[in-house]
Structure formats: C-alpha cells, structure tokens
Design a protein around this ligand. Structure first.
Ligand code: C2E
Ligand code: MG
Ligand code: MG
Ligand code: MG
Length: 286
C-alpha cells in the first residue's frame, strides 16, 4: 500500500491515519454527551401518495449539530453510535421527538393530510430488552395513537435472532404500530421469507429505482416486486424518486407511495405545514 509513496508520503499517510483514529475516538465520547446536550435535531422528508401527490407521512431523519464540525448527517455518526451503543439513546430520542412533532402538527391543523411518522430503528436499539416498552412510553408521552407510528427496520435485523425479533414485532403490531422493512432489496431476505414476517410496508431501495427508466430488466424486477408485494398485502414505498418519469413508471406499475427529491428533500419542521396543510392548496409540484 505504502510502496511508491516516498518517505514524505508515508509519513503523511500515517499522520492522516492517526488523525482519523483520534477523531473516531473523540466522536465516541462526544456522541454520549451529545444526547444530554440536546445536540441532535430532526429533518423530515415527505412520503407521498403517488397518484394524488398528497403527503400522507413523513420520515424523521436525524442530524447532529456538532460543537465544532457543523451539521452532520447520519452517514458521519450512525455507524459509530451503533458500535458504542449511543444509538439506543439517540434512537429513542428520535422516536419521542418525532411523535411529539407529529402531535403538534396534527393539533395545529386538524385537516392535515399527515397520517403517520416514519422512524428509523437501528438493530441495536430494537434488540434492547425494553424496546417495546420504549415505544409504548413514547406514544403515551406524545398522546399519539399507535397507528401514527411506522417503525423502519432493516432486513439484517430480521435475519438474526429471528424468534425474539418476530415476537417483538408481533407485540408492536398488536399495539397497532406498523412496521416497514427499510432499504428493501439491499439485504438477503426474499419476498417469500417476508410473507411470514409481521411487517406492513416495504421501502424499496433507491438503487432499485435508479435504473427503471434505463434498464428493461430493472423495470421488470421492480414491476414484479410491486405486484408480489401487493398480493402479499404489503404496502410499497419507492425510495429515491428523483425524476417525473420514474414517478409515472411506478404509478403505472401500481406502486402507491413514493419518497425522493422529485417530491421533496428532507426539510426543517417549519416547512412541513405548507406541504400538508388543509388551508392552502398542495405545495408540491406536479
Ligand atoms: P434511509 O432511512 O434509507 O433514508 C433515506 C435517505 O435517503 C436520507 O438520507 C434521504 O435524505 C435520502 N434521500 C431521500 N430521497 C432521495 C433522493 O431522491 N435522492 C437521493 N440521492 N437521496 C435521497 P439521510 O438523511 O442522509 O439518512 C441516511 C440514512 O441514515 C437513512 O437512510 C437511515 O438509514 C439512517 N438514519 C437517518 N435517521 C436515523 C435515525 O434516527 N436512526 C437511525 N438508526 N438511522 C437513521
Ligand atoms: Mg429509513
Ligand atoms: Mg430507506
Ligand atoms: Mg435507503
């Protein structure tokens, strides 16, 4: 690796590596403090009913207002937080704050098109012994109905410790909370396996949507998944829709829900009422 770098290059490489390591170690301590300091903040991305272009849900997406590095997206810290366990506290804060925010939007506008909030749950957070209890408490604190909450889990979670996970998923659904498989298609689970899983929604990963206009095979694959999912009574949300053509193609396939820059990027809470309000005409572009 270091061959041909020369002596100066090798030293620079070593000091870059040391710097990266120090930064990672620093981040672990900072992540734990950040919860107490309330340095996390949420953006929300609309989830849209494709045919009507109506916003029926929003996904809560966490950001970290880092004391020195500015606003950081999840790519910069979620993995580290998963490794040191901070994700449990962060994730439970996200769930409480998201439900509080939804309750506020609903109270401010009883005619809002918003029906639910989608919250990402990390494997470590889900596996915590008291997770179901955390959900219960979060709903109660916010005065939220269980069907206001959609929990996004990953395929990898379902594949490991299947028995315990399925038990908890059943308990959550018995409460009335809905479950989504996030980034569907990037992991290993198959649709036939999913049929036995207590889930309600498939979020079809952006990598599947990217090429539906340019690849006939990719189009056929997505079409087949949408049809099969429908037959299994699963709702499909297509992620990462960036072009009008993709929206049209998905609508023709019978995919009812979508999310992506074509409709709206993740926005700050104050921008949501204009996109979901009963007072104004829908603000989303056609
Ligand atoms: P995700 O759950 O699949 O969320 C969608 C991500 O794709 C978001 O990135 C969103 O901004 C981005 N996105 C949406 N539409 C488009 C599009 O049309 N084009 C492109 N290029 N990107 C689009 P973000 O906010 O950076 O989040 C990244 C990931 O971080 C999320 O992927 C999720 O796995 C994780 N994450 C976010 N918030 C949380 C959280 O509260 N807890 C946990 N455990 N993970 C979270
Ligand atoms: Mg998600
Ligand atoms: Mg996703
Ligand atoms: Mg994704």
């Amino acid at each position: 690796l270091a061959k041909g770098m020369g002596k100066g290059g090798w030293q620079r490489y070593q000091s870059d590596l040391a710097h990266a390591m120090v930064q990672r170690l620093e981040m672990r301590t900072q992540l734990t403090e950040a919860i107490e300091d309330e340095q996390f903040i949420l953006q929300f991305q609309p989830i849209v009913e494709i045919a009507e272009q109506r916003v029926t849900g929003v996904e809560a997406l966490v950001r970290w207002q880092h004391p020195t590095r500015g606003l950081l997206g999840p790519f910069h810290f979620v993995e580290a937080a998963e490794e040191n366990g901070a994700i449990v506290g962060i994730g439970n804060w996200v769930m409480r704050e998201a439900l509080r925010q939804l309750a506020e939007w609903k109270a401010a506008d009883p005619g809002t098109s918003l029906r639910y909030i989608s919250v990402n749950v990390s494997p470590r957070q889900f596996r915590a012994a008291d997770f179901v209890e955390q959900v219960h408490t979060a709903l109660e604190q916010a005065g939220a109905r269980p069907d206001w909450l959609l929990l996004e889990i990953t395929e990898s979670l379902v594949l490991k410790d299947a028995e315990k996970v399925i038990q908890d998923l059943r308990a959550l659904r018995a409460m009335g909370v809905r479950i989504a498989i996030d980034d569907f298609g990037t992991g290993y689970s198959s649709l036939s396996y999913l049929r036995q899983m207590p889930v309600d929604v498939l979020k079809l990963d952006k990598s599947f949507i990217d090429d539906i206009l340019t690849s006939r095979q990719q189009h056929a694959l997505v079409d087949a998944i949408v049809t099969l999912a429908g037959n299994l009574d699963l709702t499909v949300v297509a992620e990462g829709i960036e072009e009008a053509g993709q929206r049209t193609a998905l609508k023709t396939m019978g995919c009812h829900y979508g999310q992506g820059y074509h409709f709206a990027k993740p926005v700050w809470p104050a921008e949501i009422p204009a996109l979901t309000g009963s007072a104004e005409p829908a603000a989303l572009s056609a």
